[in-house]
Ligand binder design. Structure first.
Ligand code: SF4
Ligand code: SF4
Ligand code: SF4
Length: 308
C-alpha cells in the first residue's frame, strides 16, 4: 500500500502516482478513430509521454506519463489532428457504442450514429450535477454495455409471426432462438411464439425461409441507472421508443430534469433511483408501464445524423 494515495482527476487529465505526471485521456465518441489521426497520437506519445498508449475500457485512448505542465500542449497538438478533448469537469465520460448497423450483422439500430448524437447533446450541457456514462448497443447482445451505464440504449425487434405461412421446418427453434420463445407444440409440431420470452434479437427472421417470421418494428429500448465500479448494478428499463429521434428527445429531457433537480455531485443513475422510475416517467410524460410510447415525445432538437 506504500505508494497508494488518493488520485484526483479532471476528466481528461488523470493524476498519476508521481504527481509531476498526468495521463491525458481523449474523448472518442463511439470509439471511432480515423487512420489519418493515428500518426498524431503516435507523435504525442513519443514526444510528450513515454511512448505508450493505453486503451481504456470506455473506448478511449490515453497517453500516460505526460509532465503536468505539458498537458495542455498535448491536447492542443492533438486537436489539430482532429482529436476531441475530454470534458475537463470529469462528469461526462466517453459515450460508448458497439458497431451497430455500420458492420455487425446482428444489429437492429445504428448504434454509432445515435452515440454521436448523444455525445453532441452532452457537450451542449456540460454543467451537469455529476457523472454520466452512456452506452449504446445495436441488439440484445448488449456489446455497448448499455445496462451498466447511467443511460443505455439497446435495439430490439418486435417480432410478428404468421402461423399460416409456417412450414413447420423448426429451423427457427433449432438454429436461432436461444430463449425458448419459439417452441414446437407437442403432437401437431406447429410452432408457437411466446412474446414474454422473446428478447427481440431478431435472429429468427433470417432463419425462416418461409416468411412466417418478420420484424414488425424496431424498438429503441432505454435503460437507466446501471453502473459498474465498487457497487455494480444493472440498469432499469425506462422506456421503449419507436425512433432514434424519440431517444434523443428523452435523453435531452432527462438531462434537463437532472440539471434542474439533481443534487451537486449526484450522478445521473443515483438521481433516477432517488426519484424512482415512476417519478421519472411522470416528470417526462412517459407511459407508467415503460411499454412502447404511443406518441413520440415532444421534440427538443433535430436529429441530423443518418438515423433512420
Ligand atoms: S450489441 Fe449486437 S449489434 Fe452490437 S456488436 Fe454486439 S452483436 Fe453486434
Ligand atoms: S423457420 Fe419459419 S417455417 Fe420453419 S418452423 Fe420456424 S416459423 Fe415455421
Ligand atoms: S427475436 Fe430472438 S428471442 Fe425472439 S423469438 Fe426470435 S430468436 Fe427468439
Amino acid at each position: 500500500m506504500g505508494g497508494r494515495k488518493l488520485m484526483m482527476g479532471r476528466g481528461g487529465l488523470i493524476g498519476e502516482r508521481d504527481s509531476a505526471y498526468t495521463t491525458v485521456r481523449l474523448r472518442i465518441p463511439a470509439g471511432i478513430v480515423y487512420s489519418s489521426q493515428l500518426s498524431a497520437i503516435q507523435d504525442a506519445a513519443d514526444r510528450f509521454g513515454d511512448g505508450r498508449i493505453h486503451l481504456s475500457t470506455r473506448q478511449t485512448l490515453e497517453i500516460p506519463h505526460v509532465r503536468r505542465e505539458k498537458a495542455q500542449e498535448v491536447l492542443d497538438f492533438l486537436a489539430q489532428a482532429g482529436w476531441y478533448q475530454q470534458d475537463l469537469s470529469g462528469n461526462i465520460r466517453n459515450v460508448v457504442a458497439c458497431p451497430g448497423t455500420s458492420s455487425c450483422p446482428n444489429a437492429l439500430i445504428d448504434a454509432q450514429a445515435l452515440a454521436l448524437e448523444i455525445d453532441s447533446l452532452l457537450t451542449e450541457c456540460a454543467d451537469v450535477p455529476g457523472k454520466v456514462k452512456v452506452g449504446v448497443s445495436g441488439c440484445a447482445n448488449g456489446c455497448g454495455h448499455s445496462l451498466l451505464c447511467d443511460l443505455g440504449v439497446v435495439g430490439r425487434a418486435e417480432i410478428a409471426f404468421d402461423p399460416s405461412l409456417c412450414r413447420r421446418c423448426h429451423r427457427c427453434v433449432r438454429e436461432a432462438c436461444r430463449t425458448g420463445a419459439l417452441q414446437v407444440q407437442g403432437g401437431s409440431e406447429s410452432v408457437r411464439l411466446d412474446p414474454a420470452l422473446c428478447e427481440g434479437c431478431g435472429l429468427c427472421v433470417p432463419a425462416c425461409h418461409a416468411g412466417a417470421l418478420a420484424v414488425n418494428r424496431v424498438i429503441w429500448q432505454v435503460w437507466v441507472a446501471g453502473k459498474l465500479g465498487r457497487s455494480p448494478r444493472f440498469g432499469l428499463e425506462l422506456a421503449r421508443l419507436a425512433s432514434p429521434a424519440a431517444v434523443l428527445d428523452l435523453a435531452g429531457a432527462l438531462l434537463a430534469l437532472w440539471k434542474a433537480k439533481g443534487q451537486a455531485g449526484e450522478r445521473l443513475g443515483d438521481f433516477v433511483r432517488r426519484l424512482g422510475l415512476g417519478g421519472i416517467r411522470h416528470a417526462l410524460g412517459l407511459p407508467s408501464s415503460g411499454r412502447l410510447a404511443a406518441q413520440p415525445l415532444p421534440r427538443n432538437r433535430e436529429a441530423t445524423m443518418r438515423l433512420a
